[in-house]
Design a protein around this ligand. Structure first.
Ligand SMILES: Cc1cc2nc3c(=O)[nH]c(=O)nc-3n(C[C@H](O)[C@H](O)[C@H](O)COP(=O)(O)OP(=O)(O)OC[C@H]3O[C@@H](n4cnc5c(N)ncnc54)[C@H](O)[C@@H]3O)c2cc1C
Length: 424
């Protein structure tokens, strides 16, 4: 992708759109890291983005990926223009003025052709206060009022449960005693704030992230071969996370640095299944999490550890992009305006991963969730039918716009997974 030739006058691959001050043109091959650096340099930012830096921004948008923020939308929602090379080899420009068509374009999974570039509208750079908190699982996941309060009173909240972090020898393990790591972000302060973290902080943090990811990479095969060490591994990793990598207490950062808070995650490859849920009420959120907590406990009693890294949970605003799972929160499709994303993450080659995911997914489907299509989902029994029924309106509209665009009449850009998903 990085070899697609730029037609920008200066030959760059990322630039401020001519005639604008806050629109950014981005070509294929530009990574989230390059986009972050560009935002910091121009003192602009997108309100939310994926955590990892190694992926290409065009891919993040094409697959409807998301970040975190109670009222914040997906990166696809901030795209205002896209140029696509269609099946006939013609370069077509799509703009957000044609709103029906653009909702299909925003997260198009490559169905319309090869994306040549896109334009994203950014905001003035935000300075944010980032706080790491550690709260017992029973006092957050099982305290519905507390969970509602923390999500609704803050701009951005991300929670991680690393199972077995409270495990001690000779004491019966109770997941509710585990601590949950909570990252709370709010806009606070401005450029003048002397406490904003500077280069020396990021140099040190990069090093810590690198060493911890490298350790995880080196440990991963042993963990996959000897699952019984999972609780000990989790206990040690969590102690390091809490005391060294993300200690409690506030820090001030530019938003892009807070969004991409974890470097080098590509080093240790992970399995990852994620579902989106329309946020109906917080009792439902509790049920969604309980599915995983009870399964983890059930398998632990049998000496099995299919979830060996974390459950992660993020709240978002809804999406207008038709194929982004956050569209289930869209009021146009009877959504509540907010979406909960919950994912489970284990190291690759973890024993029993697929079975665990299938069991969790079947429960999550009953709780009205749909999978994040950029992660693992196509092995779940009955999943295509479920997605089609749950997102019938959005998928129907997507197909109509795809046909109307005449970008790909022969289906050149569709693979088997997309055909099954869209029922084409
Ligand atoms: C460790 C890890 C963490 C992650 N964290 C998050 C997260 O926080 N939030 C989230 O939502 N997702 C997350 N993801 C998912 C990730 O953002 C997506 O899988 C992303 O698409 C991967 O980007 P890539 O550059 O590797 O994509 P690729 O594999 O290169 O492309 C992905 C897809 O994008 C489309 N595409 C790419 N370029 C073009 C083009 N020029 N024209 C047409 N179509 C194109 C195609 O459909 C392609 O199949 C994570 C993934 C990993 C591995």
């Amino acid at each position: 992708m990085e070899n697609i030739k730029s037609d920008y006058e200066d030959g760059s691959r990322i630039r401020i759109s001519p005639g604008t001050v806050n629109h950014v043109d981005i070509m294929p091959g530009v990574t989230a890291r390059e986009f972050k650096d560009f935002q910091l340099e121009k003192k602009l930012n997108i309100p939310a983005n994926v955590i990892l830096e190694v992926v290409q921004m065009i891919s993040v948008v094409a697959t409807g990926c998301h970040g975190v923020g109670y009222d914040v939308k997906a990166p696809s929602d901030y795209v205002v223009k896209m140029r696509i090379m269609n099946a006939k080899g013609n370069l077509k420009t799509f703009q957000n003025e044609d709103s029906k068509m653009f909702k299909a374009i925003q997260a198009n999974f490559g169905c319309f052709g090869v994306i040549y570039d896109m334009t994203i509208e950014l905001k003035q750079q935000d300075i944010v206060k980032v706080e790491n908190q550690y709260i017992k699982l029973k006092n957050i996941f099982y305290d519905v009022e507390q969970m509602k309060k923390i999500f609704e009173e803050n701009m951005s909240v991300e929670m991680f449960w690393f199972p077995f972090n409270s495990e001690r020898p000779q004491v019966a393990y109770k997941p509710e005693d585990d601590e949950v790591w909570i990252r709370v972000i709010n806009k606070e302060g401005n450029e003048e704030n002397e406490d904003i973290k500077q280069k020396d902080y990021y140099n040190r943090k990069d090093l810590i992230d690198l060493m911890s990811e490298e350790s995880l990479y080196l440990m991963s095969p042993t963990l996959a071969e000897q699952p019984s060490i999972t609780p000990l591994f989790s206990w040690i990793s969590f102690a390091m996370l809490k005391n060294l990598i993300y200690p409690t207490g506030p820090i001030y950062q530019q938003l892009p640095n807070a969004v991409h808070f974890r470097q080098n995650i590509r080093m240790a490859p992970m399995y990852d299944m994620e579902f989106a849920f329309d946020l109906k009420n917080y009792h439902q959120v509790k049920k969604i999490i309980e599915v995983v907590v009870l399964k983890v406990q059930h398998y632990k009693e049998k000496g099995e550890y299919p979830l060996n890294i974390a459950l992660e949970m993020r709240m978002m605003g809804y999406s207008d992009a038709l194929l982004c799972p956050a569209s289930i929160g869209n009021p146009d499709y009877n959504g509540s305006r907010h979406v909960l994303f919950v994912e489970v993450v284990s190291i690759v080659h973890t024993d029993g991963w697929e079975r665990f995911c299938k069991e969790v997914a079947l429960e999550w489907m009953k709780l009205d969730g749909v999978p994040h299509l950029a992660k693992q989902w196509d092995f779940i029994p009955g999943i295509n039918k479920h997605i089609y029924e749950r997102m019938k309106g959005q998928i129907g509209e997507f197909k109509e716009q795809l046909k109307k665009s005449e970008c790909d009449p022969e289906g050149m850009f569709l693979n088997e997974t997309l055909k099954k998903l869209l029922q084409l």
